[in-house]
Design a protein around this ligand. Structure first.
Ligand code: SF4
Length: 507
């Protein structure tokens, strides 16, 4: 057993890397589109757990209902029955630009000078937000009460331009000027639109219902609403769907740079991205991890759930038996009840509990998806030793995370990333493992079956495919800083999730 008295003390447990949002849209006359969207968002809940919202359009009016909380906390039967129409946009949010406030929940809503409504959901993060704010100010677009997101700027610019030329033309002119990662789903009274950035950083897919169309962040959401997969929304493509059918327009030349972290952790295992199953990728990473970093051990256990497929692959390739050594409390991830100090001290036990009978007396290989700050793994190793493990060999299904993400994933600042300050042995000693092995970059690419040239791997190699502005012009709370003193406003009113400032209709 290796211990290191000089290792840093256990700190607070790391939040897992957070997704930036899930988006869903449906155009389907005769269907209960709000309920379809609800189930679509349910399937995408892992992509954002801070807030959820659904807009519906009935040909005459756009109505938005949104609130803080999980999809199941925000919506009930009564609310869904009140949201009637044939076009819907859904969104579940984790805040990567702007605070996690009600005002920043989506779909965000604007009206045009001609009185048309626009509801918009955004997955991703722009990197030219400061420039868009400047453009909004020059165009005289009022900053919406309390909203501090790049998504609201997009919505405002679109609504402003659409008064003269309509949303489709306005989008074709605006989208090429956005820089960064964006999967957008938006709707006016009659038409559903979907657009994906020219790099296709995050996934967005098109599906077919018997009586309509669906767009969603992941193929798993299509499965859950009974839609068949048609194809991915292409990088640089705008789709418009209305009673005239489906129209596709190209607003930029595609330069694919898909996020490799979707395969590692972010996407559901039952999702397919660029033709490759996420589950199969994770199993293959585990298999290759076993040959890159073998271990003398009695049992392979995953850190559930995202480490499970790679642990299965590791066990298959190594011949070491696979077992369930940790039980995850699946419902503790998001609660509005602040834990008491006593509960907080339980740290990792809130999320994971060891199966002592399985672990006791064993040399373990523990497979996790990634290491961010290292606090989780440090607490985990300690917990497994306390549960009776003889040795703990940590294997990681991704390379070391050394760089922050500016395209929509919230890891930590660069200074907080453990791999930014320590070499491999330093990390191993810091987390208290007997051995540590990360999968190589080459292996990760091979397992994804995507050409390296079509992937973003910036959090591993620091090569950002979309140019970044200077430090002062980027960051989660950028707009809160830039807007200080600009967006003076009355306190927005919220009644059961409906925003009075949006002049929305209550059921
Ligand atoms: S930096 Fe990492 S997490 Fe962010 S888009 Fe690129 S691969 Fe994905």
């Amino acid at each position: 057993m290796v211990t290191d008295q000089s290792a840093p003390q256990a700190g607070p447990i790391d939040p897992e890397p957070r997704e930036e949002c899930g988006v869903f849209g449906v155009w389907a006359p005769g269907e209960e589109v709000a309920k379809l969207t609800y189930y679509g968002l349910y399937a995408l809940q892992h992509r954002g757990q801070e807030a959820a919202g659904i807009s519906v359009s009935d040909g005459k009016q756009v109505v938005v209902f949104k609130d803080l909380g999980l999809v199941s906390q925000v919506f009930d039967e009564q609310v869904l029955l009140s949201l009637r129409g044939h076009v819907a946009v859904g969104h579940c949010r984790y805040s990567t630009t702007g605070s996690g406030t009600w005002e920043n929940a989506q779909p965000t809503f604007r009206t045009t000078a001609a009185g048309s409504g626009l509801a918009l959901g955004h997955n991703g993060n722009l990197v030219n937000t400061a420039e868009l704010l400047e453009r909004s100010r020059e165009a005289g677009i009022t900053i919406k009460n309390g909203a501090t997101t790049d998504s609201d700027l997009i919505c405002g610019l679109l609504a402003s331009a659409a008064a003269d030329k309509g949303f489709e033309q306005a989008a074709m002119e605006l989208l090429p000027t956005l820089s960064g990662a964006f999967c957008l789903v938006f709707a006016d009274e009659t038409t559903l639109y979907a657009a994906r950035d020219p790099h296709g950083v995050h996934p967005l897919v098109l599906g077919r219902l018997e009586r309509g169309w669906v767009v969603a962040s992941e193929t798993a959401a299509l499965d859950i609403v009974g839609a068949s997969f048609v194809r991915e929304v292409e990088p640089g493509e705008l789709l418009a769907i209305d009673e005239g059918g489906l129209r596709s327009s190209r607003f930029a030349v595609p330069e694919p740079k898909g996020c490799i972290f979707e395969y590692v952790y972010l996407a559901r295992p039952d999702t397919t991205i660029s033709g490759r199953s996420v589950h199969a990728t994770r199993v293959e990473i585990g298999r290759r991890l076993a040959s890159e970093h073998p271990a003398e051990a009695d049992l392979v256990i995953p850190v559930p759930e995202s480490g499970t497929p790679a642990a299965i692959g590791y066990a298959q390739a190594s011949g070491i038996p696979y077992g369930q050594g940790l039980v995850k409390n699946a419902y503790v991830g998001r609660t509005f009840i602040q834990p008491s100090q006593t509960i907080r001290q339980l740290g990792i036990r809130l999320k994971l509990n060891p199966l002592r009978d399985v672990i006791r007396g064993k040399r373990l290989v523990v497979v996790d998806d990634s290491i961010v700050r290292g606090n989780t793994q440090r607490a985990l190793v300690r917990m497994l030793r306390e549960a009776g493990a003889l040795e703990v060999h940590v294997r990681i299904a991704s390379p070391p995370v050394r760089w922050p993400c500016f395209y929509g994933i919230d890891f930590a600042s660069r200074a907080e990333l453990i791999a930014n300050g320590l070499d491999f042995d330093g990390i191993r000693r810091s987390i208290g493992a007997d051995s540590l092995g990360y999968v190589s970059t080459e292996t990760l690419v091979a397992a994804s079956e995507q050409p390296r040239s079509r992937l973003c791997m910036a959090c591993f190699d620091g090569r950002y495919p979309i140019p970044l502005p200077g430090d002062a012009m980027i960051g989660k709370h950028l707009l809160e800083g830039l807007e200080k003193g600009v967006a003076g406003s009355a306190t927005p009113v919220m009644v059961n999730g409906y925003g009075a400032e949006d002049a929305l209709q209550r059921p």
